[in-house]
Structure formats: C-alpha cells, structure tokens
Design a protein around this ligand. Sequence first.
Ligand SMILES: Nc1nc2[nH]cnc2c(=O)[nH]1
Length: 518
Amino acid sequence: MAAESKSPCHHPSNIENVDLQNLRWVLQGNVAVLTGNPFDPVVQDQYDKVASVVDEDCIWLGPGLQLLLDHVLAVSQEGKIVWLAPARDSQSVLQSAQQLQNCHFIRLESTLEFLCPGMIDLHIHAPQFSYTGTATDLPLTGPDGWLETYTFPAERRLKNNLPLARRVYQCVVQTTLENGTTTAVYFGTLHLKPNQILVDVCLEYGQRALVGKVCMDRNAPHDYVQTLEENIEETRELIHYIEHHPQNSNPLVLPLITPRFIPTCSPELLTALGDIAAEHPNCHITSHISESIDEVAWSKHLDEQDHGIMDRTDAAMFHSHKLLTDRCIMAHGVHLSDADADILMEQGTAVAHCPLSNFFFAGGVFPCRRMMQRGNKVGLGTDVAGGYSPSMLQAARTTVVASQSLQAMHTQMEQQPTTNDTTESILDYRHAFYLATLGGAEALGLQHQIGNLQVGMSFDAFILSAKGKSNITVFPDFDSLADVFQKLLVLGDDRNISHVFVKGREVKRQFQVTSCSP
Ligand SMILES: Nc1nc2[nH]cnc2c(=O)[nH]1
C-alpha cells in the first residue's frame, strides 16, 4: 500500500519496501525538505503551480522549500531513510517503533521543532580551529599577512605534537557536529600524520568528511613547505589511508586533492596533482580561487614569471592543470570573471561561498545570487579560521548579509533610491538554507545521498528546536510555523540544535564538550 499524499511534491513511501523489523529511528513531527535549487526554472514552475493549492500536509516557504507537517520519518539500522509520509498514513511504522527494542522513537514538538537535513560545510581548515576568534586584524597575504603570521605557525606546530593535533581535531569535529554540520570539507596540514589523525577523529566521532593534505612547494616558510616529491607522495599516502581505513569500509570519510592555492604551488606540482586526480576520477579536489585582490595579482605575476603568460586567471590556470572537474569545490571565487564562471560551469566545478571570511580578506563580495541564477553550482563554507564562526547557521545568515551589502553597494554607486526592483536581487534565509544543505550536496555530487530528507538517502539530519533557553522567543498567539522556522534559522545557535544524526548514528549528546583540555 502506498501512503496517499495530496502534495504532488513529495513521493509517497511504499510500505511493502520497508523492513519493519529493521528500524533504528522513527521520528514524528514537522520535516523541512527541499525540492531543488530555488533558481531552477522547473522548481520555480512547480512552486507557481502547487504552492497555492490547499494542502493540509505541507506548507511551502518558497520555491524549493517545504515544511512537511506531522510526518513520520523512519530510518533503518543501516542509517538509511526508509519511510517518509504523513503520520495518519504511518500506523504500521509507528506500531513497529513501539514494539521493537532497538528502535528509538522521537516525537517533535509540533509548534517548536523541525527535523532538517544536515548542513554541509564546503570549506573549513581543521587545524585553524585552534585560533578561531582571534587573528581578525591582517590581510590574507604579504610578508606580515595573516597566512605568515597566524596560519602557517598554527598548522606547522601539529607536525611534532600529535597529541595537540588530536585535541584540536576533536574540538573542531565535535563543535561543528554540535552546530549541525554533518558533512565537512576539511583542509588539513602539510604533514601526513596529523592528517591521518583528522581522518581517525572524523570516523570516531561519526562526522562525514572529506579530508585533504594541503600541498605547498613554494612561497611558504622554509620550515613549513615540502618538495614536489614529498607533496605527491604524502597526497597519495593519505588517499590510500582513507580508502583502506578499516573503519571506513562503507566510506564516511572521502579523500581530497588539495593544492593550497596557486601562489604556493609550482606549475609542476599542479600538473602532478592533476595527474593524481585523473588516476582517481572519484576523488574530490579543492583549493582557493580568486579570493582576494592581492592573491589574484600574485597568481598572475607568478604565471608571467613561470610561463611568460600575461593576465591568466586562477580558473584558467587550474583548468590548464586539469584540476577543475565535477568533483571539485573551489573556495571564494569573489573575483571570478564571467569567462571564469563559464569554465567552472562547463567543468561542473562548484564554488564554496565563504561570506564571513570574504568580508575580511576579499576586497569584494561574491555575487552569489547571480552565480546561482546563471547555473553555477554553489554551496557554503565557514572558512574557519578566516571566518571566525564554525557555525553553518552563521554562514547562512552571513550569506544574506553579504547579499544585502552587495545590493546596497550597487544602489549607492548608482545613486539610486532602493526600489522593489533592486531588492529582488538579494538572497534571503530560504536561499541560504538551500545553500547550506542541498546546494552543498550538489556541489559535492552527493545529492542522492545527503543534503535532503528523502526515502533512500542517508539519515544525515538535525533537530532544530525553539524549546529550550536560547535567543529565540516564540509568541504562540501570533507566530506562524513559518515564523518559528525563520526565527530558528536567523537567530539560532547550537542551543537550538538538540539532536544531530549522521548515517543514522546520533552524534550529538554523546560527548559533553565545554573545553578542549588534554
Ligand atoms: N581564507 C584562506 N585563504 C587562503 N588562501 C591560501 N590559504 C588560505 C587559508 O588558509 N585561508
């Protein structure tokens, strides 16, 4: 029997396909789901057609975003979503939940709680967590810049202090999990051992992650640089470590090829990393692209020295080394030209928009909405520690602020009063929620597995709750459900994230974190 649903937007679950003896979690309440990219014309068309149709099972919040009301979601012992349907059609699932010993039932408070797809941080530097919240006073590059002053020393010191590496990595993994990040794309350090520890910690704590050995063979301190051969050998070793890790057989952690950025990688190193990517077509790639005015100028200057080529952009250089693929996520992209954006789109390469750190380093604002509208893949990154917050909710709201500031700049430059026309080009909390979830999954090419809550997908999720003490006050006499959801996204923090699950494993509440003492 298929559960009937009046909503044309979510697929009915089929009870015949559900092994009712094999359930691990059954949750009942409101569920936030995405139907696609809000700028996809098909998604917009669907919204125009169905959003105004009365449906007691769902509220549309905007193109691509729905709240499913009083639904039941069931998860198998293996951590897959096997059922999602209105509660009134879910009797047999609810009965099983009561009878099975090793199945846990959670009922969400109907006016205050929402089950949401886990958030995906597309760009975070795990070793930099040790100085997050400091180092907010310098430009990115230059002899006395942020990288030289804070970053390289903090990364280098983990090489000979593996207990410290473990402690820093436990803290970053735990903190991001507590903030609802179920998948993180981590830059590690230059050295193999600390990177292996980062992989171990992700597996231990149950965070889905991509982990990369940072590569640099020039323009880095003499004590924090490797030869071309060392970079290549350790990149290969880390890929092998991840792919053959005994606790990673049904992989939770994936490998990542990670040139730091053009200025610290010789053309030979970039070519060799492109070769590794070609040998491992499923392996993801990440780097920084067109992040700041100084970085762009420095890359061009080096290219002129290396090749005598004038004015080539980061995108053209990465492309020439075969490093732009549909498994590649490039961070920042604030200064990408339209031609660069075309190259990225043709190659299926995504941009990790890091709005918070861009305010500090970029000297510009990433035109996120324009990139989404032209069809480029985009998701969000916290960019710890260039971005001072490890919270993806914070990254989502800073996305909205960045979009507002871009709009304000245009208005100011054109000396025009703000009109309804101009406000149409901003992003709001709903777009940001897509970017933090499904957008990130699409950027990674993992949208069939994570980034949404649908039957067949992995149960990577969190419960967003206005129940406890936090900054959020709900006024039940006039706040609608959509208002409560918006308040949670715009004002929420880790106190509002009561449970976190990755692949069906409950990963929040397992550890009491307050300090990172040894
Ligand atoms: N934001 C940021 N940009 C970079 N460019 C090269 N390295 C880094 C880094 O660690 N953070």
